[in-house]
Write a protein that binds this ligand. Sequence first.
Ligand code: NAP
Length: 295
Amino acid sequence: MNANTTTRPLTIGVLGLGNLGRALAGAFLDGGHRTTVWNRSQGKADELVARGAHPADSPTAAVADADLVVVAVLDYATVRELLLPAAGALAGRTVVNLTTGTPAAARELAAWVTDQGAAYVDGAVYAVPQTVGTASAFVLYSGDEAAYRTHRPVLDRLGEGVFVGAAPELSSVYDTAVLSGMYGLFAGFFQAVALAGTEGIAASAVTPLLVRWLTSAAQALPEFAGEIDRGEYATTTSTLEINQMGLRDILATTEAQGLSTDLLSPLLRLFDDQVAAGHASSSLSRAVESLRGAH
Ligand SMILES: NC(=O)c1ccc[n+]([C@@H]2O[C@H](COP(=O)([O-])OP(=O)(O)OC[C@H]3O[C@@H](n4cnc5c(N)ncnc54)[C@H](OP(=O)(O)O)[C@@H]3O)[C@@H](O)[C@H]2O)c1
């Protein structure tokens, strides 16, 4: 709590008005919150200022004016660069950093911010700018739980908050895991449309079928997760051997159609490892053990 809160309503300072930052600041304004904004380049604050935001002429001025400092810039190096000159103004504030980065960067930044006497919360936004503040948006948070709970009513304007733990790097760890899954999905999509295209099938023709099947296939993930957590891979449904055979055929077709198998070959290697180690009749989910280096 800083001295300003006794004389005016809680103020949110938003540092960085790129695509995400503008949407964040807009959601705070929609919630009727006093919002101070700063961006490196001129012009990006104009629309927000027209809607009632207060422009700050430096990151330090924005921090000094705020109780809650929300940062969304290119990377953690930039976050440090912006906060360093504002170090003297940070005490008593809460910094919520929604910039994407690595767990190590989150840990280091948390230590530095905490040393300045501020509370640190790291976050990962699951929304695009158009969906910030809508029912589909959610945001992971980790770090100072008391500060998060204090500001939760304000932060919930961005999307449903999910607090994942007190270690500041945890939201980044979860984010890395979730985005790994997303990129695996995109890899499968690229492979599918490229393969369909070799027979003149448009991407837009195969995609509805793909979405339908992936939506159904995703329902198997909680069951796989349970098997992985228990380390018990007995199955009567989807064995490693049957998937090994299926993926082998897919790769043979892919090659015969003149396409690269680079994206999916590594997955077949995991299945091959497991089958070679005697787990042919185990659940497909056992492939994760090969990533862990175990057989
Ligand atoms: N967009 C999304 O849907 C989304 C969703 C989840 C997470 N994120 C994460 O949010 C962060 C911002 O994404 P974005 O989409 O808003 O990116 P963006 O539109 O490219 O905006 C980048 C922001 O960083 C600022 N910036 C870059 N270098 C700077 C520097 N050296 N000093 C000061 N400011 C600097 C830019 O300022 P200028 O305007 O002056 O260039 C701009 O405000 C990223 O970490 C991204 O991964 C984005």
